[in-house]
Design a protein around this ligand. Structure first.
Ligand code: MG
Length: 236
């Protein structure tokens, strides 16, 4: 029997992209206010700076990666001395704009009477800063207490411990096949793929369920077959 449902944050419950874009727009405006040398810097440059730093340092804390990406962007216009104030501007706007997708709160409300609800993210979208205060029995953030990021097995072990039930009683829901489907399945959880963009699923990956919206989640959970018991070990 399924007893807990655990959610990824960014791009699953939270519509992060417009918030990040909004934060970068403020950064660009501030850069242009500070110096004419920033006139040629554009939003695509700031996005590519994130991509370059993330690509090389993906295991590090997201806030640290963002700060390094902003430092790279500021260097384009000789503004590296302004990193602290510009980073503060970015994070203030990014959190002010980060809100749940329209289908998130209704799905959580529908599930709450039936399951323990958890929130477990690699990122820095603190639930209370993103319109999700009080929605979960537990919240887990990578790097808190040294917790490594998904898809490290330790991350899912921490999810199981926080849920307080065996792994096979937990469904993990998220937009990333690697982090939210394959990783959880390897740890004995169910992996539910939220595929908002209607992407093709590679044949080697078998999500326990695939959704195009969180409105489909309650019925998808009810339709999951019972967990198969681990094969009995033969006595040596
Ligand atoms: Mg995600």
């Amino acid at each position: 029997m399924l007893s807990a449902v655990v959610f990824d944050a960014d791009e699953t419950l939270l519509d992060l992209r417009p918030a990040v874009t909004g934060g970068l727009v403020v950064v660009l405006e501030e850069m242009r206010r500070l110096t004419p040398a920033a006139a040629d810097v554009c939003l695509a440059d700031l996005e590519s700076d994130w991509g370059a730093v993330f690509g090389a340092h993906s295991a590090e804390p997201v806030a640290q990666i963002r700060r390094a990406a902003l430092a790279r962007s500021l260097a384009r216009a000789g503004l590296t001395d302004h990193l602290d104030e510009v980073a503060a501007l970015f994070f203030a706007r990014r959190f002010a704009l980060t809100r749940p997708f329209a289908d998130a709160l209704p799905a959580l409300a529908a599930l709450r009477p039936h399951y323990t609800l958890g929130y477990a993210t690699n990122g820095n979208s603190r639930a209370e800063r993103c319109g999700l205060a009080g929605e979960f029995t537990f919240e887990l953030y990578a790097h808190d207490g040294g917790l490594p990021k998904k898809p490290a097995p330790e991350f899912y072990a921490a999810v199981v411990e926080a849920a307080g039930v065996p792994a096979e009683q937990i469904a993990y829901v998220g937009d990333s096949l690697a982090h939210d489907v394959v990783g959880p399945q390897r740890a004995g959880l169910r992996g539910i793929w939220l595929n908002r963009a209607d992407l093709p699923c590679p044949p080697e990956v078998r999500p326990d369920a695939e959704l195009s919206t969180l409105a489909e989640l309650p019925a998808a959970l009810r339709a999951l077959p019972p967990a198969t018991a681990a094969p009995a070990r033969r006595p040596a």
